[in-house]
Write a protein that binds this ligand. Sequence first.
Ligand code: OGA
Ligand code: NI
Length: 299
Amino acid sequence: MNEDNEALVQRIAKACEEFGFFQVINHGISMELCNDVLDVITNFFQLPYEEKAHLVSPNHMEDGKIFKYFIKDQETQEKISMWGEAFFHTWHPVHTSFTLSLPQNPPRYREIVGTYAKQIGTLNTQILSLISQGLGLHKDFLHQSLNPTYTAQANYYPPCPRPELTLGLRDHTDFNILTLLLQEEGVTGLQVLKDGKWINVNPSPNSLVINVGDQLQVLSNDRYKSVRHRAVTNVAKKRVSFAMFVGPNEHDCVSPISELVDENHPPLYRSYTFGEFIQEFRKQEGKTRLVKEVFKMCD
Ligand code: OGA
Ligand code: NI
């Protein structure tokens, strides 16, 4: 992130087109803070079961609740849990009042996540600006065209005796605009699908992983790809990660950006509200989701 603007615009544009994923270094968020975030998340998930049992919810993405992802067996409809837990909450880049609904134990959870959220907010603005420029748009375009909502998912994957039998997180695409992911170093987990193969995204020191979400794929009229990814488990080590998502507001209308559409590039998606998209997302729970495909127009 300390290269000159034009170089960053080009490199990020290329990464968004080819991989839908990239890692950033020199992002301005201290290693100490990143480690503190991973520590408080670990401490939270390692609390005795009785202390967090009341937070477990059967509803995906409930604010301040823990959810266990599952696959639904297509024949029996039985739910098969993934080898991991996810803690959801909203966040905000400016107003730290969101931390009041975060756990009070571990004691530093609120303070550390509040500080981190501000810095991730700044980085998000920078990245959205670079992505806007890469699409040939005004630098504030993506940041200003939607009313952002900010959600986060802390992931915990315990050691797993038989990693070949399960996954920490099944393959999926992120459904927001952008994801900024902090992951623990020294443990393999995140894998991205590239040309039909799963490739490991091993964290570079003090890096963050950024990826394109479904809404950015639609807004860019398929120029940028929201790529399938998953998390595998490890025999010996637990792993934690912290995903901060930036998405539209449920009332926002999403469609390919008109500046990117012309006779040679007809719009590939019909316009929809993000609320409609979430409804469709929920309908496909437990399956290999194909949500944006529902809004795709026939060529
Ligand atoms: C996610 C995600 C990957 C990871 O939270 O959406 O893809 O490495 N996480 O935990
Ligand atoms: Ni994801």
